[in-house]
Design a protein around this ligand. Structure first.
Ligand code: PLP
Length: 432
């Protein structure tokens, strides 16, 4: 009898966390590493929010609480949803979760049986593909188009919908591309779903970056489109917009109270509840008049960095970078750079088993890290299925302007170092 259950082979991961081992190896060698790999704001949570968390725990709010989420926070979430999406929201359909990640697995466990098809964006948050395959459902990646700012047209979605489609996942603003689905496209997507999907097909709307939009844009949600609220699992939380990644606070609003009861039951089975003092701080984030300025200050900093980094990346020979409209990532196409440095040839010459362990952009990623001390994420970290031949890197701009300028400076040097790349391959042998 094997130690590990068979199903564990189907579980993926989030390489942004795994890359930590390679970074540590570089640090142990005395290198200084500029980290463009992590998806979290480089800001701390705001003092007015922190104060509430501390006050609550000192007052003894240190016990189990309602597994669905404390009522004051669910009321604040309902008010936020109603005002930002223009839809009815009520506390019986809201479940508070430890971050916006658990609702991905809850959704797969609640709706997707083996053989059901789940459509999800690619490149996309890696945990989508991971849970789809773990649930035994059939992954159906919807390839995003670089030329359209990493969105897709409704016809491309329509072409993937079949009788077996059970869940359609959307993420806007997007990790890893920073792309935003324009309101016009959301209307078209809703029309396709109304026409082609049974009422029990669920839309998973990952709106965790809802607060981080540039150029004065407002957030648009698929849930606001006609007939969509009653099919949408709307998910967001505090990690990104309120810089509260370490607090572990997120939420899902389900189409019905019955479905919310299943999410609550999953909370009961897995974590019991999100700590009540954390939820009180989360309520404050929504209700305090101080929050708007805090969020706006952070978004303005991301926007200034974007405005510097996109032209700077486009100046590197072999790099082509779209202008993201939200989140805090840039997702340059590095196909030309891979060619210049001989990465594609080197990849093709690897033994088959080694090729399975990496990709050209993965090799470029490691060259940048091990030789130039710049940590980025490769294309395959955002969904592997159907990603062959796509050469991209993700850089998080949740780093100071000085770090961003220094990191891009190192990339400029690396772009001229084809000999250094060959030497790196000979010396490190990372994929043997
Ligand atoms: C698209 C997307 N969804 C969900 C999450 C998970 O967020 P949380 O840290 O709140 O669990 C992330 C975090 O990187 C994300 O990028």
């Amino acid at each position: 009898m094997a130690l590990l259950a068979d199903r564990m082979t189907a579980l993926g991961t989030e390489n942004a966390f795994k890359l930590g081992e390679d970074i540590q190896r570089c640090l142990d060698r005395g290198m200084d590493v500029i980290k463009f790999n992590l998806g979290e704001p480089d800001f701390d949570s705001a003092p007015h929010i922190n104060r509430v968390g501390m006050r609550e725990i000192e007052a003894g709010n240190s016990h189990y609480c309602d597994p669905q989420g404390i009522l004051p926070l669910r009321k604040a979430i309902a008010a936020h949803v109603a005002s930002t999406r223009g839809i009815e929201a009520d506390v019986s359909r809201i479940v508070v979760t430890p971050g916006a990640k658990p609702p991905i697995s809850y959704t797969m466990q609640t709706y997707a049986d083996p053989g059901d098809e789940v459509i999800y964006p690619s490149p996309g948050f890696p945990i989508y593909e991971s849970w789809v395959t773990f649930a035994g459902a059939t992954p159906v990646p919807l390839q995003l188009s670089e030329e359209r700012g990493f969105s897709f047209i409704p016809e491309e979605l329509a072409a993937l919908i079949t009788e077996r489609t059970k869940v359609i996942m959307l993420c806007s603003p997007s990790n890893p591309t920073g792309g935003v689905l324009p309101a016009r496209d959301l209307a078209g997507i809703a029309e396709v779903i109304r026409e082609k999907c049974r009422p029990d097909v669920r839309i998973y709307a990952d709106e965790i970056y809802e607060h981080i939009l540039f150029d004065g844009e407002k957030h648009h949600s698929i849930a606001s489109e006609e007939g969509m609220a009653e099919r949408t699992v709307l998910v967001s939380g505090h990690s990104k917009g309120f810089a509260m990644t370490g607090w572990r606070l997120g939420w899902a609003m389900l189409p019905t109270a019955e479905e919310a009861a299943i999410f609550k039951q999953l909370n009961i089975n897995i974590c019991s509840c999100v700590p009540a003092f954390i939820q009180e701080a989360g309520r404050e984030a929504y209700e305090s008049p101080e929050s708007a300025a805090t969020v706006a200050g952070m978004v303005a900093a991301f926007e200034r960095r974007r405005d510097w980094v996109v032209p700077a990346l486009n100046d590197i020979p072999g790099v082509r970078c779209q202008n993201p409209k939200g989140a805090f990532y840039v997702f340059p196409n590095v196909a030309g750079l891979c060619e210049r440095l001989g990465v594609v040839d080197a990849y093709q010459q690897l033994p088959e088993a080694s090729r399975d362990r990496t990709s050209p952009s993965g090799m470029l990623q490691m060259f940048l890290l091990y030789r130039y001390g710049v940590a980025t994420m490769d294309r395959n970290s955002f969904g592997r299925i159907g990603a062959e031949g796509q050469h991209y890197l993700r850089l998080s701009i949740a780093a100071s302007m000085e770090q961003i300028q220094a990191g891009v400076g190192r990339m400029v040097e690396a772009a001229d170092d084809a000999d250094g790349f060959q030497e790196f391959l000979r010396e490190e042998r990372l994929w043997d």
